[in-house]
Design a protein. Structure first.
Length: 573
């Protein structure tokens, strides 16, 4: 909705309130967890139309009041409802190649450019009021409901349409699916969740690691929605009792997105999750992933070795595959033969022989690895070490002159070594083949467009002290010369956050990794041979200079890359 910073600035410029009054209203709005605009309007402190007319005048823009207007259905449909809802803008008229758009945020240039590309009409921007936007948004629901009624009027037997294929090809169904797929791409979502409940279907997107509700649709549309996605993914339309996996692709001049589809039966129908993989995105560098200088050096030294094992660990969704692809990209030269076994293949890489597991025919990670060793590989990537057999083949490959890259599910770097021991791999083999272990998590980055300095409040400091050893954190800051000698406590230090703007979600834009990089030095090898616990291995690695993930996160928070709140959120999960 309306950019908070612009709202404050405009109220000050219009001399409607003094700075002291604005500060007071901001605090009251924050305590009620609503925007300043919503607070001023709901508390009847301002006359909505009068204020937004004044703001339009200051910005030298035309003003339109749509609070009692009915918009033509064809014009309304030019902007998808999710975009209208989340960006606070609507189309209200169309003339001679121009599309008139009423908005609460005339600075949202990125969205206007997207609408221009989608509609091939030049946007003509008008300022309006929140009640105008709300009035038009209600008309979307009426319009969609009418279309859904058409869908659900089809003959139904035993709760299922006679012809699912016909239903999937119905224009309203196609329009709904196209809308939420297109909007997911526009918003940079990594996953789309379609979840049926008893009376409705909820569509959610995962953006920067956080799930958000986007649409709520009538339950009656669920069969057609599922059928449409099954047709796109080349899946069985009449199978409702077993899980199904498929994929499809959307290609335009601007992007090439692959959708990986998973459908499972649940109590209220079939739940669909679609993973979005941007095939046109470029591979990042290790620096762009967020590795510190010391960590970069350790990774580069170890990927330069001709054989051994490089492990990347962390929970699902922590960016392990992206790290492996980045390392593979550095190793991908004409003089080497690289083969990967993955589940699934997420990104295509030129000159890399990528193979996907297929458990239905017995082609799993261990079977693929065995076959690879007959293909004269120099470098092997294993999507995940899940069992004793895969671990054993991978370790033996690393021991016999191959460089092996793999992922493992552990919470930190040190735990990966005892985990291999749990898989009954001989400790002397682990000690002699594992070169380096990278453990990681993903945190949201502060939006560069609305970043601001601030000092931590008392409540946040107490929460941090309960969770972290603050003395160690202060020592890390001193060691890295990030604070002055006069700054002796955490309350003396400036941190950063995003205020929230039209370029971001809640002050965040994109994600970056926090890491710990454990090199298997002779001292660490000795501990592995002695079957030492992960705690002892971690302690020794710290003595040898390893920065752990939390410390890496605090350094990034101090440098304005992420926030303290993000570190608390990620480490709690």
């Amino acid at each position: 909705m309306f950019n908070h910073i612009d709202m404050v600035k405009s109220l000050a410029e219009a001399k409607i309130f003094s700075k002291a009054q604005i500060n007071k209203y901001e605090q009251e709005a924050a305590s009620k967890k609503i925007s300043l605009a919503d607070f001023l309007i709901t508390e009847k402190i301002i006359d909505e139309k009068q204020v937004f007319e004044k703001i339009a005048e200051i910005k030298k823009m035309p003003f339109v009041d749509l609070s009692n207007e009915i918009i033509r259905k064809d014009i309304l449909a030019l902007i998808p409802e999710p975009i209208a809802q989340s960006h606070g803008l609507v189309a209200f008229d169309k003339k001679r190649g121009n599309l008139k758009i009423a908005t609460l945020d005339p600075t949202d240039l990125q969205t206007f450019a997207f609408i221009e590309k989608k509609t091939e009409l030049k946007p003509e921007i008008y300022c309006t009021t929140p009640s105008s936007i709300q009035n038009v948004l209600k008309q979307y629901h009426k319009s969609l409901r009418a279309e859904f009624e058409k869908i659900t009027k089809k003959e139904i037997i035993d709760g299922e349409p006679k012809n699912l294929k016909e239903m999937a090809e119905d224009l309203p169904i196609i329009r709904v699916v196209d809308t939420f797929l297109e909007y997911a791409i526009f918003e940079g979502a990594s996953d789309i969740h379609i979840e049926p409940s008893e009376k409705e279907v909820v569509i959610r997107y995962r953006i920067d690691g956080i799930l958000r509700d986007v649409m709520t649709l009538p339950k009656k549309i669920h069969s057609g929605l599922t059928a449409r996605i099954k047709i796109l993914s080349n899946l069985k339309l009449d199978e409702h009792r077993l899980p199904q996996d498929g994929r499809f692709k959307i290609e335009t001049d601007e992007y090439r997105i692959s959708f990986r589809v998973s459908i499972i039966p649940i109590f209220d129908g079939e739940k669909i999750v679609m993973r979005l993989l941007n095939e046109s995105s470029r591979i990042l560098t290790l620096e762009q992933l967020g590795f510190q200088e010391q960590q970069l050096k350790a990774v580069r030294v170890n990927i330069g070795k001709p054989h051994g094992m490089i492990l990347v660990t962390g929970p699902t969704g922590s960016g392990k595959t992206t790290t492996l692809y980045t390392i593979l990209n550095l190793l991908n030269k004409p003089g080497v033969n690289i083969t990967t076994i993955e589940d699934p293949i997420e990104y295509r890489m030129p000159r890399v022989n990528q193979s996907q597991v297929n458990p239905k025919i017995g082609y799993d990670f261990s079977a693929g690895l065995r076959a690879f060793l007959r293909q004269d590989p120099d470098i092997i990537m294993v999507g995940e070490i899940r069992d004793k057999e895969t671990a054993s083949i991978a370790i033996n490959a690393a021991m016999t002159g191959h460089l092996v890259l793999a992922t493992l599910h552990t919470n930190d770097a040190a735990t990966a070594l005892p985990r291999l021991d749990d898989m009954q791999i001989a400790s002397f083999l682990i000690a002699s083949t594992v070169n380096v272990i990278v453990a990681q998590r993903l945190v949201r980055r502060i939006c560069p467009h609305c970043i601001e300095k601030y000092k931590l409040g008392k409540e946040v400091i107490e929460e941090i002290q309960d969770q972290f050893d603050m003395q160690k954190i202060m020592n890390i800051f001193r060691k890295n010369k990030l604070i002055k000698p006069s700054q002796t406590t955490i309350s003396d230090i400036d941190f950063f956050r995003g205020k929230g703007c039209n370029q971001c979600k809640e002050g965040y834009k994109g994600r970056i990794g926090i890491y710990e990089v454990l090199e298997v030095t002779p001292a660490i090898s000795d501990l592995v041979i002695k079957k030492s616990s992960s705690e002892i291995i971690n302690k020794k690695a710290r003595e040898l200079g390893m920065i752990n993930m939390l410390e890496d996160g605090f350094i990034k928070a101090k440098n304005g890359v992420t926030t303290i709140e993000e570190l608390v959120r990620v480490t709690k999960e």
